[in-house]
Design a protein around this ligand. Structure first.
Ligand code: ADP
Ligand code: MG
Length: 725
């Protein structure tokens, strides 16, 4: 049988060599490639409303989004001073309506033409003249015939992405639809099933042929959903097979230590705490405890939003290990944070008579030698420091546990480096970078995950505002007033200067201006990146001891710093910061039972625009995202306080690859499944994959041969696979 599927698309009806070249430019070479080029959206008749119906809806008080189909009757570019407004008037069977753009007039002007048909989706509004209006709607172009047929037959219309390269070859929405329709009719039956029969039947999945047909031209919303389900399942399943294989291989190679729980010192310690652990902290601790008690090495990710109390969990875990005669290491991302941990933890452990060592830059040579000696002889059991702890030639006596604090991007490579260092140390990675659950499953897929999903009881959400620079005087006055009742404030300014020298100068200028003018009645400290960590630490300590009311700072305070009485943070030029950075900065305040405030400052105009900007985060079009990134970021800060919510917005803005660095994190580039919204499916695919790999780690059973074949085809350059072959 000839291999039709790997033939060039040029042999398809109305393609030919020239269009085939354009297809090739977007990665579609063969007929199979085209069959796997799925629509990005669909239009379903049951979701379309007429203008009459929509007016009725508005009157009834409904305010959700609607879709309407109409024909363009006129378009208008209206100038208001410097601004341009673009209006498109349309009609459907019931009457007239209009679409309006306040931005991007130039772009939209090219798109709409009189007599063309569009499906338009947005939240409807009534103008003051009673006209039905859609502001910045999403839209899709339809052929006249399609739009008419559609209303009669109730078919679902697919929409494909039509990149520039295709448009250049005169391929538009309709012609692409026709070509694909044709290919599906003639060739989709020839594609071979890519999941083993036992999974298809056990999971009641649609077979691959019907899946492809239905993704392109679904008969109904139901069949579309079953097809979508199948393709996503398959994608996640194969990805999780790789994760399961990795885990299986690591397990085979390592054996750890089973620790005993000595409850007496733990009890003394817990009783000495000024607060009760939260339920979430206790839950996480019991998960860690189970790991430590078992012989299998712990390999756990601990997630907890900023301020959720991860440090104490780390400390208790370390106590378990050191009371077994082993060493435990706590690694912080910065020296100042390592030192903060050191000071706090030593104090807390004093009553137990436990020594803590800290290894950081800037220590005297003699001191360093002594500490290194203490570590290698085992006379010190609890060691705190930075990355240097694993990267330099530090020798341990009996390293049992490594805890990595506030690790934003902790690659697989670094992790294995650690593992090689100790005997078979248990590893706990702690992060406040809110990684959506699904992402942590994939990035840290071979780690078990614990989540602190609750804040200590006494916390109130931080009140967040966005103000223009013209309000700065009020903001300073607010700081002065609040300082009278014991509030301290961080004043953050972004680094805008290229060179360190200029940066320092900018910091000093800003600082001088504040101390001489707006904040002259207050004590103001300054901290910046050019200071040594000891200098920074001294300023921090002074701030913690309330020698300053205000601390002017660059983003050096971003991570981990814990000063419970600082309850105001002002972030200048807030639009310059990334979302997770803003969240981290805001996390410096709100660490006590006092009401905390975060005030974001931007240019006036920008502040007004952002405060007005109104959209739904779950329905952002690419267009909106592209145009309004910084507005969306700041708006999200006003709307959400949870790091997880913010992370999902961030994920929409930047994409997972950008956030975590696809290569180093091992994050998959998923085409069909959405790491954020398809959580349940991911779990199901994961369970299925793990069950199969556990039962047949070398995939040598006949019933799994399809899996092996597909893994080899699709992950051919992965070294793991050489180990199962
Ligand atoms: P993060 O998770 O951001 O590292 P920390 O461990 O620094 O948070 O804890 C933030 C603050 O909350 C600290 O001042 C800590 O003492 C306090 N804290 C931790 N757990 C509790 C609790 N259960 N109840 C009250 N305060 C707590
Ligand atoms: Mg912390």
């Amino acid at each position: 049988m000839p291999d039709y599927l790997s033939q060039s698309v040029q042999y398809l009806k109305s393609v030919g060599p020239k269009r085939a070249d354009s297809f090739a430019k977007i990665g579609i070479k063969t007929i199979k490639d085209l069959l796997l080029y799925f629509p990005t959206r669909y239009l379903d008749r049951s979701t379309i409303l007429s203008s009459i119906k929509i007016l009725q809806y508005i009157r009834d008080g409904y305010d959700g989004e609607v879709t309407i189909i109409g024909e363009v009757v006129a378009k208008d570019l209206i100038r208001y001073g410097k601004k341009q407004i673009y209006k498109v008037r349309m009609k459907d069977g019931g009457g007239y309506f209009e679409c309006v753009w306040f931005q991007g007039a130039k772009y939209f002007k090219e798109i709409f033409n009189q007599g063309e048909f569009y499906a338009v989706s947005a939240k409807p509004v009534l103008t003051k003249y009673g006209h039905l209006q859609f502001v910045h709607p999403d839209f899709d172009r339809l052929a006249e015939k399609e739009s008419k047929e559609f209303m009669h037959t109730g078919k679902i219309i697919p929409f494909y992405r039509v990149p520039k390269d295709l448009r250049a070859a005169n391929l538009g929405d309709f012609s692409l639809r026709r070509i694909i329709n044709n290919a599906v009719d003639n060739y989709s039956e020839k594609i071979q099933e890519t999941l083993p029969e036992h999974i298809v039947s056990q999971k009641k999945l649609l077979d691959l042929n019907s899946t492809i047909k239905n993704l392109h031209f679904p008969d109904s919303e139901d069949t579309l959903n079953t097809a979508r389900y199948r393709i996503k399942f398959e994608e996640l399943f194969y990805f999780e097979c790789m994760v399961a294989l990795r885990k299986a291989i690591i397990k085979k190679k390592r054996k750890g230590t089973a620790y005993k729980i000595h409850s007496e010192p733990l009890k003394i310690f817990l009783d000495s705490l000024p607060y009760q652990l939260t339920t979430a902290q206790l839950k996480v601790l019991s998960e860690i405890r189970k790991d430590l008690e078992s012989e299998e090495p712990m390999n756990r990710l601990l997630q907890g939003d900023v301020g959720s109390g991860k440090t104490i969990v780390a400390l208790i875990s370390m106590l378990i290990v050191i009371t077994n005669g082993f060493q435990a290491v706590l690694m912080a991302p910065t020296e100042i944070l390592a030192d903060q941990h050191f000071k706090r933890l030593s104090k807390m452990l004093e009553p137990l008579g436990i020594n803590v060592s800290v290894l950081i830059g800037g220590q005297k040579k003699s001191e360093r030698t002594r500490i290194l000696n203490d570590i290698s002889t085992g006379s010190t059991k609890l060691i705190i420091g930075t990355h240097a702890l694993i990267e330099e030639n530090v020798e341990y006596d009996r390293l049992g546990l490594i805890i990595i604090d506030e690790q934003h991007r902790f690659g697989v490579v670094q992790r294995s480096k650690l593992i090689r260092k100790g005997i078979q140390p248990d590893v706990l990675v702690m992060t406040a970078t809110p990684i959506p659950r699904t992402l942590s499953m994939t990035i840290y897929g071979d780690l078990d995950t614990s989540i602190i999903d609750e804040m200590p009881l006494n916390r109130k959400p931080v009140k967040t505002y966005l103000r223009g620079e013209n309000k700065l005087n009020d903001v300073y006055k607010f700081i002065v007033d609040k300082s009278k009742v014991g509030y301290q404030a961080f004043l953050v300014y972004p680094l805008v200067e290229e060179s360190e020298k200029l940066e320092l100068k900018a910091a000093e200028t800003y600082f001088n201006d504040l101390t001489e003018n707006h904040l002259k009645e207050l004590n103001v400290g300054l901290i910046h990146g050019r200071m040594s960590w000891q200098q920074k630490e001294n300023v921090m300590l002074d701030f913690a001891e309330k020698k300053y009311d205000v601390l002017v700072s660059t983003t050096v305070i971003e991570v981990g710093i814990d000063i419970p009485d600082a309850n105001i943070i002002i972030i200048n030029d807030a639009f310059r910061f990334g979302l997770s950075q803003l969240h981290q900065l805001r996390g410096r305040v709100g660490r006590s039972d006092k009401q905390a405030y975060c005030i974001l400052i931007t240019k006036n105009e920008f502040a007004v625009k952002t405060n007005q900007f109104n959209f739904r985060f779950d329905y952002l079009s690419e267009e909106q995202i592209e145009k309004n990134k910084s507005i969306i970021r700041l708006n999200a800060m006003l709307k959400y306080s949870s790091g997880f919510d913010l992370a999902e917005v961030d994920l929409k803005l930047r994409g997972p690859g950008d956030i975590f660095g696809t290569k180093q994190s091992g994050l998959p580039e998923l085409k069909y499944a959405d790491v954020v919204t398809d959580y349940n499916l991911l779990i199901e695919a994961r369970d299925t994959a793990f069950e199969i790999i556990l039962d047949d780690p070398s995939l040598s059973k006949e019933k799994n041969s399809v899996i092996k074949k597909n893994l080899k085809e699709n992950f051919s350059n992965n070294i793991l696979l050489s180990q199962i072959a």
